[in-house]
Design a protein around this ligand. Structure first.
Ligand code: SAM
Length: 255
């Protein structure tokens, strides 16, 4: 509503999203692999190649969950060679769910991304719709498989625009829609019939995975989402379909 109160539907959605990620946190990485047959790794690799960060890129990874995008960013920089002393990697992972962040922190330890090794990851529990971060403070903003879980996508985009410095880049990786009807039909069969079953078998949960499939169906298509990004003020907004549009990468700049 105009006053910022959530409608019953919105409250329901917020609660559901919270419960889903609270419940799946421990199994999240395994389930991603099982449901996408490992392809989510390739999508995320391509996403990072498109962002192509440099030493000194200051990243805010929103809805960062267990750190998949953040670790790819750190790895990408590592492959660039040693950073100049004044351009160390700086990354903030923001997620609304502490359970997901905790899994991410443990992974960071295991992967050797620790303060002692010179990597400084800020883990921040917060809402993408209202970031407790100053204006113009990051050079890149990523959100992967997160924006469709947010109640007010327009607020998320507004906040992304606010915290990015001029010249900064917004990049989103999200499930999208297949332009071809037959393929969409096939994909729907897979999503509605196979994914909840996998959820039940591997994670002992049916409902969260049914919610996941429904939320994908409800998210705006590529063109509509592109317009929303432009409405938030971003320029040079483009998108690229991966795997025939199962997912899309949207990109825009704050100029
Ligand atoms: N980016 C990670 C990846 O690609 O593996 C995690 C994606 S996971 C599907 C979605 C994440 O969005 C969850 O960790 C969830 O807690 C988070 N999330 C949902 N609503 C959010 C919000 N309003 N603000 C911040 N994070 C949110």
């Amino acid at each position: 509503t105009h006053f910022g109160f959530q409608t019953v539907d919105e409250q329901e959605k917020w609660k559901k999203v919270h419960e889903v990620f609270e419940t799946v946190a421990g199994k999240y990485d395994l389930m991603n692999d099982a449901m996408s047959l490992g392809i989510h790794r390739v999508w995320k690799d391509i996403f990072m190649q498109r962002l192509a960060p440099l030493h000194g890129t200051k990243l805010l990874d929103v809805a960062g969950g267990t750190g998949d995008i953040t670790f790819r960013y750190l790895n990408y920089l590592k492959n660039l060679g040693p950073a100049p002393a004044n351009k160390r990697s700086q990354v903030t992972v923001c997620d609304i769910n502490q359970a997901m962040l905790d899994v991410g922190k443990a992974r960071a330890q295991r992967l050797g991304y620790t303060a002692e090794s010179g990597v400084d990851i800020q883990w921040m529990c917060g809402d993408a719709e209202s970031l407790a971060l100053p204006d113009d403070s990051y050079s890149a903003y990523t959100i992967a498989f997160g924006i469709r879980n947010c109640t007010h996508v327009d607020k998320v985009l507004e906040e992304a625009y606010r915290v990015l410095a001029p010249g900064g880049r917004f990049m989103c990786l999200e499930f999208s829609q297949l332009p071809n009807q037959q393929m969409q039909w096939l994909y729907d069969q897979y999503s509605f019939q196979v994914i909840p079953v996998l959820g039940q078998l591997l994670a002992g949960q049916w409902k969260p995975y049914q919610y996941l499939v429904e939320s994908i169906r409800q998210f705006p298509n590529q063109e509509k989402f592109k317009s929303m990004i432009e409405e938030a003020g971003f320029r040079q907004v483009t998108y690229e379909n991966l795997t025939f549009g199962v997912v899309a990468i949207h990109s825009g700049f704050k100029i």
